[in-house]
Write a protein that binds this ligand. Structure first.
Ligand code: ATP
Ligand code: MG
Length: 392
């Protein structure tokens, strides 16, 4: 059987449709730029990208294009389509060819026909005629028409200038075009959770500034490498938008605290320190918030009491998109994002974590340590001045 030539990718996007004309225009432009950058990243050739009636059409014959475009944030779904002329005859011919290719012996099908513009036939006519054409083409396979639950649905969209015929629909990532919302500082460690959290906010349209705190003497090289590789993987979801990556030395600060403070509060202190440094970075970079991978109760530092202490006196939004998710849900997402394989590589994680970390921490105690035993402001300043910045 001759190979059908799918020449265009139909791209559907969701939430943008409910915005005002002006906002929608702006978002659509961003979405198209992001689609272009994604296609370039994967070296996929295309002739043109057009906007038409709340859809985007990418003219490309590359078979990888529909799946690749479905990974652009903001895309609800894509379909490889065959375009033909706007007449009934042309549409029927293509629908029949698609039916011949996909419908197997005894399977059922349905035609989903739509029409827009001036034609001398209705969409019902189109549906009936195309259905007849498909049936005729494969009648020796004993096909059945099933409008409710067909094995194959063939879509026929007839417009003024051309028709689009297709059958497959690939689910997209959804969300909003990256760059349509404000920037965020994403705290990314070598673990499974934080890249997923960053990705979720990217999916909502945020550009991110990844920040990794290097616990130096308390972790090994492999751990740091995991964080860096994870960030690189996240970058693949963000073509066309640079990542400004901060690597902040954090080992000395942990050591000082362990020497002078109550060791059981190490993780709470560590987190507060990270927030404060991240906020300074956010202010410098014009970012609107901080993202972490905290999930309630997952580890000692993530009890509600400790989260309360961590946020005490912090007047900047800290987002925890995974707070209500279970670990297995987070792992599934990490798998899909492509960061899981990196995050589970063997490495020596933080050795500064105390044997018996405080689970029911007390605000007064940690505040007292911060004001009396360590020079918090100086530590923040030092960390910032020693941060290493890389553009990815
Ligand atoms: P993850 O699985 O994301 O590595 P975790 O389970 O090790 O996190 P915590 O150590 O309590 O849990 O960290 C909670 C959040 O704090 C992380 O999800 C991440 O956003 C941030 N974080 C922790 N360690 C670092 C680090 N070394 N650099 C940057 N951010 C960090
Ligand atoms: Mg975790």
């Amino acid at each position: 059987m001759e190979d059908l030539k799918y020449d265009t990718v139909m791209v559907r996007y969701g939430e943008l449709a409910i915005k005002s004309e002006q906002v929608r225009n702006k978002y659509e432009k961003i979405l198209i730029k992001n689609i272009e950058a994604m296609l370039d990243l994967h070296k996929i050739e295309y002739q043109e990208i057009v906007r038409e009636r709340g859809r985007i059409y990418v003219i490309s014959e590359d078979k990888r294009a529909p799946a690749v475009i479905s990974n652009v944030f903001g895309v609800v779904s894509t379909s490889p389509v065959i375009t033909t002329g706007p007449t009934l005859e042309e549409s029927c011919k293509v629908a029949a060819a698609i039916g011949k290719e996909v419908i197997k012996d005894g399977e059922s099908f349905a035609i989903n026909a739509r029409r827009a513009g001036a034609h001398d036939f209705t969409s019902q006519d189109a549906g009936r005629k195309c259905g007849d054409a498909v049936w005729e083409a494969i009648k020796d396979r004993h096909p059945r028409v099933d409008l409710k639950n067909p094995d194959h649905e063939i879509f026929v969209e007839i417009r003024e200038e051309r028709s689009y015929i297709f059958t497959g629909v690939i689910r997209g990532t959804g969300g909003m075009p990256l760059g349509s919302q404000g920037k965020m500082v994403a705290l990314v460690s070598g673990g499974i959770d934080s890249p997923v959290a960053a990705w979720m906010m990217m999916r909502r349209g945020c550009e991110i500034i990844p920040v990794y705190f290097n616990n130096e003497q308390y972790v090994d090289e492999a751990y740091t490498q995991k964080a860096i590789d994870t960030i690189r993987k996240l970058k693949e979801w963000s073509p066309g938008h640079d990542f400004k990556v901060y690597e902040v030395p954090h080992g000395e600060c942990l050591r000082t605290f362990r020497e002078r403070g109550n060791i059981r509060y190490t993780c709470v202190f560590c987190k507060r320190m990270m927030y404060k440094v991240a906020i300074e970075i956010a202010k410098k970079e014009g970012a609107h918030g901080i993202i972490t991978g905290s999930s309630l109760g997952q580890v000692a530092s993530q009890t509600s009491e400790n989260l309360l202490i961590e946020h005490h006196g912090i007047d900047f939004p800290i987002y925890h998109p995974l707070i209500g998710l279970d670990k297995n849900e987070i792992v599934d997402m990490a798998q899909r994002i492509g960061t899981l394989d990196i995050s589970v590589r063997p490495a020596m994680g933080c050795q500064a974590v105390p044997k018996h970390p405080a689970i029911h921490g007390r605000i007064e105690e940690i505040m007292k340590m911060e004001s009396e035993q360590v020079d918090f402001d100086k530590m923040i300043g030092d960390a910032l001045s020693r941060a290493r910045i890389t553009i990815m």
